[in-house]
Design a protein around this ligand. Structure first.
Ligand code: GLU
Length: 505
C-alpha cells in the first residue's frame, strides 16, 4: 500500500511572506487536498541569528487570509509535534551521532580563525572560495585527522565543535524530481556541510531530513533555490533511513520579476506588492506593502499564484479553489521560471471582484472604506461600480460621490455649451422629479427623455450635464441608477446647485 499523502510547508520565521512562499503553500495544499492527504506547517527556526519576532504569527495570519488552513502545525496541533524545530533540539543530536558512528559524519573543531586561514591559504585563481570538502578535510582539525584520544578529550573538555557530513567526493548522486525528471549531481563539487552547530542546534540540512522522516512526509515541495542542497539531503536519507523511505521531491520554479528573480526590492522599485500581507520589520520599523492591503481578494491572489508556473492544459484561467484541487497536478508545473506580471495580477482581481457574491464584496469594501457602517444601499452601489474596480481600494474613489457632494466638479466640461434652453430644461426637470410617482431608475429616465422630447433637445446633450451635476466628472455607471440611489432630495439638490451656478455665470 502506498504511503498516506503528507506534505509540509516549512517556513523559517525570518520576515514577510513572499508571494513565492504562498505559491509553495498553495501547491502543497492543493496536492494534499487532491489526494485526501494532510498538509503540515513546520516552523524551521533553528537559525537563531535569523529569527525575527512576530514572523511566525504573521505567516499563520497570511495562510488564514488565503484560506489555506493547515491540518497540523504549531497552531493546529497534531500527533507529530512539536512542529517548531527549536523545540525538537534534543532529537537531532542522536541522528548526527549515528552518522558519526557509521563514518558518514565527523566532529570538526576548527575555530573561526582556522576556517578563515583555510579559505585564505587554499585560494587559487580557479578556486577563489575553497570549501570544507573532500579535498581539504584531511588538512583540518577534525575527528578524521585527530586521534581517538584527542577527540575524546576535546569533547570531554567541552571544546566548541560542529558535526559535518562526510560527502563521498566522487561519483554522482541522482534522484527523480516530479517536475524536472531525473536530476543528477557531481559529488566532487558538494562540500561537507555542517549538520549540527556549536550551539547544539541542527542546521537546516539535518533537521529537514530528520523531521520529514519523523513526520512521515510523503512528498516534499519547495523552491528551486533548494535544489543545490538536494545531494546532501539524498545522502542523509540514504545513510539514516534508506532511500526508499525518501519523500518524492518537486522543486518549484522561481518567480521572476521585471529583472530576474522577484525580490522585495522589485516591489518597491516597480510599485507592486510582493508580500501576502503588510509586513513591518520590527527592527527598522519599515513596512512592506502586502497584496491584501493593496486591495486584492484572497480568491484572486490564490488564483493568480496557481497560474504562476502551472496550467491545466487548456486556456482556462479563472479557477475556484475546488476546481484547482480537482485539476492540479505537480507534473504540469513548468520547470522554467514563471514571470510575475502585475497588470495580469490586477486582471485576475478584477475578474474576481465581478465573481464573488455582492453581499460579501460589499462587506469587504465597507471595511476598506472604513467608517461607513449601516449603509443599506452599499450592496447596490458596489454592484453598480464593481466593473470599474481592479482593486478593493478603487471602490473609495468610484463610490465617494454616493456618500458626499462631489469633491471636485468639472464645470468646464459643460459650461461652453450651456445655454438658456438647458437652464429651462433642468428647472422643469426638478419640478417633474419633485412629483415623480416612483423614484426608480426607469421612471427617472422616462421622465427625463420625454421632457427632452417636449423641449426638442437631444437627450445626448443633456446626459453629460446631468452626470457632471451628480458625480462631478465624466465617469461612473448609468446616471439614472446613480440618481435612484442618491434619492430624490439629494438628486434635486445637486441639479439645483449646478444649474444655479451655470446660469449665473
Ligand atoms: N526552511 C526552508 C525555507 O525557509 C524550507 C525548505 C524546505 O521546504 O525544505 O525555505
Amino acid at each position: 500500500m502506498s504511503k498516506k499523502v503528507r506534505v509540509r510547508f516549512a517556513p523559517s520565521p525570518t520576515g514577510g511572506l513572499h508571494l513565492g512562499g504562498v505559491r509553495t503553500v498553495l501547491y502543497n495544499y492543493l496536492f494534499a487536498k487532491k489526494h485526501g492527504g494532510d498538509f503540515i506547517v513546520r516552523v524551521e527556526d533553528t537559525d537563531q541569528s535569523r529569527y525575527v519576532p512576530g514572523a511566525e504569527e504573521y505567516i499563520f495570519d497570511c495562510l488564514r487570509w488565503c484560506g489555506l488552513e493547515p491540518d497540523e502545525s504549531v497552531q493546529h496541533g497534531g500527533s507529530f509535534g512539536p512542529y517548531r524545530q527549536s523545540e525538537r533540539k534534543p532529537i537531532y543530536r542522536t541522528y548526527a551521532e549515528k552518522l558519526i558512528e557509521q563514518g558518514d559524519a565527523y566532529y570538526a573543531f576548527d575555530t573561526p580563525g582556522e576556517l578563515e586561514s583555510m579559505r585564505e591559504n587554499y585560494k587559487t585563481e580557479q578556486n577563489p572560495s575553497p570549501q570544507y570538502d573532500h579535498t581539504l578535510r584531511l588538512k583540518m582539525r577534525n575527528s578524521l585527522t585527530l586521534s581517538k584520544e584527542e577527540v575524546d578529550s576535546l569533547l570531554t573538555d567541552g571544546t566548541p565543535h560542529v558535526i559535518r557530513i562526510n560527502m563521498p567526493g566522487t561519483g554522482t548522486i541522482a534522484f527523480n524530481d516530479m517536475i524536472r525528471g531525473e536530476v543528477s549531481f557531481d559529488m566532487s563539487t558538494v562540500d561537507d556541510k555542517v549538520l549540527l552547530k556549536a550551539d547544539g542546534m541542527p542546521t537546516y540540512h539535518l533537521a529537514v531530513v530528520v523531521d520529514d522522516h519523523l513526520m512521515q512526509i510523503s512528498h516534499a515541495f519547495r523552491g528551486e533555490e533548494w535544489l543545490p542542497s538536494a545531494p546532501v539531503h539524498v545522502r542523509l536519507w540514504e545513510k539514516l533511513f534508506g532511500r526508499d523511505a525518501m519523500p518524492q521531491w518537486a522543486h518549484l520554479p522561481l518567480i521572476l520579476g521585471p529583472s530576474g528573480k522577484l525580490s522585495k526590492r522589485d516591489g518597491a522599485k516597480y510599485g507592486f506588492p510582493v508580500f501576502a500581507m503588510n509586513w513591518t520589520d520590527p527592527k527598522t520599523g519599515e513596512t512592506v506593502e502586502g497584496f491584501r492591503e493593496r486591495g486584492f481578494l484572497p480568491e484572486a491572489f490564490i488564483n493568480l499564484l496557481a497560474m504562476l508556473g502551472w496550467n491545466d492544459g487548456t486556456e482556462k484561467e479563472i479557477f475556484y479553489m475546488e476546481e484547482l484541487i480537482e485539476a492540479f497536478s505537480m507534473e504540469r508545473v513548468h520547470s522554467a521560471g514563471a514571470k510575475f506580471d502585475y497588470e495580469k495580477a490586477k486582471w485576475f482581481n478584477h475578474a474576481w471582484i465581478q465573481r464573488v457574491p455582492v453581499e460579501g464584496l460589499a462587506m469587504r469594501v465597507e471595511k476598506s472604506l472604513g467608517g461607513l457602517e449601516g449603509l443599506g444601499s452599499l450592496e447596490k452601489i458596489v454592484g453598480l461600480v464593481k466593473d470599474r474596480c481592479h482593486l478593493l481600494t478603487d471602490f473609495a474613489e468610484q463610490t465617494s460621490y454616493f456618500f458626499e457632494y462631489p469633491k471636485t466638479v468639472d464645470v468646464a466640461a459643460i459650461q461652453p455649451k450651456w445655454n438658456e434652453a438647458k437652464t429651462d430644461f433642468f428647472r422643469t426637470l426638478m419640478q417633474r422629479y419633485e412629483t415623480l410617482a416612483e423614484w426608480t431608475a426607469i421612471e427617472l429616465e422616462t421622465s427625463f427623455k420625454s421632457l427632452a422630447d417636449e423641449k426638442a433637445i437631444k437627450p445626448g446633450e443633456l446626459m453629460l450635464p446631468l452626470r457632471i451635476m451628480l458625480v462631478g466628472g465624466k465617469f461612473g455607471p448609468g446616471v439614472f441608477d446613480i440618481a435612484d440611489i442618491l434619492g430624490k432630495e439629494e438628486t434635486i439638490r445637486r441639479i439645483e446647485v449646478l444649474t444655479a451656478q451655470l446660469t449665473n455665470n
